[in-house]
Write a protein of this length. Structure first.
Ligand SMILES: Nc1nc2c(ncn2[C@@H]2O[C@H](COP(=O)(O)OP(=O)(O)OP(=O)(O)O)[C@@H](O)[C@H]2O)c(=O)[nH]1
Ligand SMILES: [Mg+2]
Length: 504
């Protein structure tokens, strides 16, 4: 066969194989999250699978990757996303910090995963490594982060440094499968837990074909997983993990909160607290509650009884207790202010003073708003910009009678105004009547023209009409009526009569 034909043949069989793979894979979108101890070869795997140079690998024993990164590529007609993570048990941080950092890294890594498709967690181990307590700890961390069942259901082990394995075991004619079967200790446990899903990866940047074959094996093994690793699973694992952390720190946490609560309770029970003191106590109580809420929110599911339930309900009681005191004290102050004004208005004797008192009523609103309340005679509301007491709309119920009193206050002002105006009018009428009577009686009747008499009479009609009839005006009305008769007589009888200067 000519060499061209051989090449053509090879190309055809390769295309056929790729087509077969394309047909055999079950999804169109695969995501691999690489986790493992530092230096095992995660970044190097990500580079080789994605072809991207963004993943830096390290030669030294120092941790290289510090932030999770992702890249996407296409193989055999499917989309493959790799997510690289920082090495667990990072050599640059202490063990406790490492745990927290790993957890946060994984949150970020999960966030980088595209939605849907098949997801697998790839636990990367390094051939040559003797598995120590640090490795055990690393796998334990993976389980706490991704969930206890993650090894069994969602994990594939990749053993890197397959090239070194080949060199070592070629002469012994030991296959990787046999080697796995013979391994004991930790690797055996993980191997069993992962239901023997393990792949050996070799690093050879020149051999692209081998690289593709390794990717193919990974995709096909991922298809054997019963379940994909979903965000929901991660959320459940995350809550469980946080709960574990909370349980660990719970005794300390509860002690601190209890001390703070007791201290606060002592202060609240003091009898003579002014508004400012109550305000600062309420802030303290709210802070305490929010601190508990913050701890609680991340650590328990909504359908579970929280371990912080008891201190939280005590903290809530404290807030309610202080709030009751604040609301009642405010109410008392407002009612007292309104009462003083009411009495002033009731005893007011001039319109000028009444105007001043009306102004004071409006200023009363300003005083309320200093306390974060907008009060009118229709309604009371919270001024959010000045709500220093942190009042809630439910608190406003207590102020209902303040609104009623404000309403009453404005009615009293209106009534008072009417009353004062009518007194003023009456005074004018009285003095006009006095001068009318005096004029009429002081001028000798002979000099008083009939027209003038007629006008006087008319004015008496007008005066009587303009007086609002009430008990206090009865005597004035009678007096004018009497004078009216006299004026009528003078107009209609035309009898000259003489009046002395009789002044009223
Ligand atoms: N010979 C050989 N070397 C490898 C293989 N895989 C990785 N390496 C080398 O191992 C070293 C560490 O690899 P990295 O990919 O940086 O390891 P890592 O897991 O990302 O490390 P961290 O980022 O620190 O967690 C690098 O020098 C790689 O070139 C492999 O299969 N064979
Ligand atoms: Mg790395």
């Amino acid at each position: 066969m000519a060499s061209d034909e051989i090449r053509e043949d090879q190309r055809n069989s390769k295309e056929l194989e790729n087509k077969k793979i394309e047909e055999s894979v079950k999804d169109t979108n695969y995501t691999f999250i690489f986790v493992g101890k530092t230096g095992t070869g995660k970044s190097s795997l990500c580079s080789r699978i994605s072809g991207s140079d963004k993943f830096q690998d390290s030669d030294s024993g120092e941790s290289k990757t510090s932030e999770p990164q992702m890249a996407q590529s296409n193989h055999f007609g499917v989309s493959v996303t790799v997510v690289d993570t920082a090495g667990i048990m990072d050599t640059s941080v202490t063990s406790q910090e490492a745990n927290i950092k790993s957890r946060d890294d994984m949150y970020k890594a999960i966030a980088l995963c595209p939605p849907g498709g098949k997801r697998a967690i790839i636990l990367v181990l390094k051939y040559l490594d003797r598995f120590t307590d640090a490795d055990k700890e690393c796998v334990r961390i993976v389980e706490t982060i991704f969930g206890d069942e993650c090894l069994e259901k969602n994990c594939i082990i990749i053993m890197t440094h397959g090239d070194v394995f080949d060199k070592r075991n070629q002469k012994r004619n030991l296959t990787f499968e046999n080697w796995c079967q013979r391994e004991q200790g930790e690797l055996r446990t993980w191997f069993e837990k992962c239901k023997k899903r393990i792949l050996l990866f070799r690093k050879n940047d020149e051999d692209l074909e081998m690289n593709e074959k390794q990717i193919k094996n990974l995709i096909q093994m991922t298809d054997t997983l019963d379940e994909s690793y979903t965000n929901e699973k991660f959320e459940v694992a995350k809550r469980k993990h946080k709960r574990l952390l909370l349980n660990a720190k719970l005794p300390n946490l509860l002690e601190t909160f209890q001390n703070n609560l007791n201290e606060l309770k002592g202060e609240i029970n003091s009898e003579d607290l002014n508004l400012d003191q109550l305000k600062s106590l309420k802030s303290k109580a709210i802070k305490l509650f929010n601190d508990l809420e913050e701890e609680d929110d991340v650590y328990y599911r909504k359908d579970e009884q929280s371990v912080l339930h008891e201190p939280k309900s005590q903290a809530k009681q404290n807030i309610d207790h202080i709030n009751d005191r604040i609301v009642n004290m405010l109410k008392k102050l407002l009612v007292k202010d309104i009462d003083i004004l009411k009495r002033k208005i009731q005893s007011c004797e001039s319109l000028d003073n009444l105007d001043k008192l009306e102004k004071e009523t409006n200023q009363l609103n300003e005083r309320f708003s200093q306390h974060g309340l907008i009060v009118s005679h229709q309604a009371i509301d919270i001024d959010e910009n000045r709500n220093d007491f942190n009042l809630q709309s439910a608190d406003l119920r207590v102020f209902q009678n303040v609104i009623d009193q404000m309403k009453e206050l404005s009615e009293i002002i209106n009534e008072k105004r009417k009353e004062l105006i009518s007194v003023q009018n009456l005074q004018k009428i009285r003095s006009r009547f006095k001068s009318l009577k005096r004029d009429f009686r002081c001028i000798p009747k002979i000099d008083y023209s009939n027209q003038a008499r007629f006008d006087t009479l008319n004015e008496t009609y007008l005066l009587l009409n303009s007086i609002q009839r009430s008990d206090s005006t009865a005597s004035l009305i009678a007096e004018i009526a009497e004078f009216q008769e006299e004026a009528e007589k003078s107009v209609f009888t035309d009898q000259p009569c003489w009046y002395c200067c009789e002044i009223l």
